[in-house]
Structures are given as structure tokens and as C-alpha cells.
Design a binder for this molecule. Sequence first.
Ligand code: NAP
Length: 287
Amino acid sequence: MTQATGRLIDGNALSKQLRAEVAQRAAALKARGITPGLAVILVGDNPASQVYVRNKVKACEDSGLHSVLEKYEAGMSEAALLARIDALNRDPAIHGILVQLPLPAHIDAHKVIEAISPAKDVDGFHVASAGALMVGQPGFWPCTPYGCMKMLESIGYDLKGKHAVVIGRSNIVGKPMALMLLQQNATVTICHSATKDLKAMTLQADVIVAAVGKRKVLTADMVKPGAVVIDVGMNRNEEGKLCGDVDFEGVKQVAGWITPVPGGVGPMTITMLLVNTMEAAERVAAA
Ligand code: NAP
């Protein structure tokens, strides 16, 4: 697998393929009278969140899923939001519910996520979903690490016995990523801001997943030749251009495989949201 420069794992191309599969599954379910439906809730006017929800709704429509975007003013009360979620939990036309984060400070995001029915938790953030992943039971996997797993699968990478180093331990990326890699029989190391010698860890890795949110956390001297490097980070460089956590130009000279930013993990995250929504609808249809 070692080569002079890393081969790209193209998140756009893989997304296109997976979204075509979702569209086929959606059409098959529709033929049985069920249209998979996703409700997206946005509270407030955070500009980045507005772009994210628009992209999610458009992706649903493009794949033949029904989507409802509910926008509320930043002053919406927590009680009103919980009441909306309760109504959506009981709405048979809705199979997935996504509350775009961050929420305004007066709303307890944890309480809101816990109010979503685990059967409709297509973001995979509910404690029940996290628990299901932990014990290897069916549930919904958080979309970003799930997308990373699909990228590894797409290159036919066998994780068994490999050493995977995850940089970052958030509940939405780092921790679930580590559990998914573990489930595929990798030996997993989780690094974070208190890790003493990050380079000593990453140099041992066959697979590195960087999920930090800081540019150039991973540079070429920190990567074993031939390693697979997955870059989850989303940052801006001096020119305001989107970039990841990985020094892409340097690391691609050493890595066996590498994901670009943009065009890597980003599109996969939305794709896995569609996959989870599809799965939620299919589970209802099978019940
Ligand atoms: P987060 O909650 O801020 O977590 C960042 C993690 O990085 C923390 O665990 C932190 O450690 C660790 N960290 C910080 N500085 C470090 C350092 N110097 N060395 C090692 N570890 C360090 O962020 P997140 O939500 O997981 O997201 C991470 C990045 O992925 C962000 O850039 C975000 O925008 C991006 N992201 C992208 C997508 C996508 O679709 N592409 C989706 C989600 C997130 P401590 O726990 O010790 O603080």
C-alpha cells in the first residue's frame, strides 16, 4: 500500500454513489406507500447553521426523501422546542429528526437531544444511540464518523489488527469514531489536548483520524509512510479558504491514502444523514 504520494479518498465521488443507492431505496419504499421523511429544526439565525440545514434539506430532496425545515426565532423557549419535538416524534410521516446545533444559550441542548425518540435519532447523538454503539447493538451511528468508516470501506481497508489513532475525543466525532474502529478490530489510541507527545502516537498509526479543529495538527513528520489519513477538521486558512486539520500538501507525500478538505469527510456527513434517515424509514416499514 505504500507509495510515493497518497491516493485520494474522494468524498464527493463516494457520496454520489451512496446517494444513488439511497435514492433507489427511497423509490422502493415509496412504491410501498412510504416516503422517508426528515424534519430539520433550526433555532436562531447562525449563518453557518443556515447553510448546513439548507444543504441537508436539498440533499434529501435530491435523493427523493421528504424533508421539512422548521425555522424558529432565537428567542424560542425550550418548552416550545420540546413540544415541537414531541409532536414530530408522533408524526408518522417523519422518520428522522435533526436539531441543528448549536442552540441558543438559554436552551439545554442535551435535554433537547434526549427528547428525540431514539427511533428517529438520525444524528446519532442521543444517549441511547451512543449506548447502542458502545455495546454493538443496532442504533444510529453519528454521521461524521460513520462517513469516515465508509471511506475506509471504500478502499477495501481491513482494520483488523491495525493501529488507529484518533485525535480528538468529542461526543460527536472522536469518541464514536474510536468505538467504530474498535468494533472493526483495530487497536485504538485516542489523543486529545492533554496528550503529552502526539507525534509519538501518530507515528505508530496505520490509520489516523484528525478531528480537532486546528490547522496543521498533523504534519508529514508525524505520519508513518503508507498510513491512511482521514481529515475531519474544518478550518479556514489565512486566505479564508476551507482547510482541514492536516497539512495536506506535506502529508500526502507520506500517506498511503488521504482525504482532502474540501471534498472529503464533509460531503460524507450529509450522505450518512440520508442513509440513517432511509434506515429509520425502512425499520418502520419492516415493523
Ligand atoms: P471539539 O468538540 O472542539 O473537539 C476537539 C477535540 O480536539 C477535543 O477532544 C480536544 O481535546 C482535541 N484537541 C484540541 N487541541 C488538540 C491538540 N493540540 N492536540 C490533540 N487534540 C486536541 O470538535 P469536534 O466537534 O469533534 O470537531 C472537530 C473538527 O471537525 C472541527 O474542525 C469541526 O468543524 C470538524 N467537523 C467536521 C465535520 C464534517 O462534516 N467534516 C463534522 C463535525 C465536525 P480536549 O477534549 O482535551 O479538549
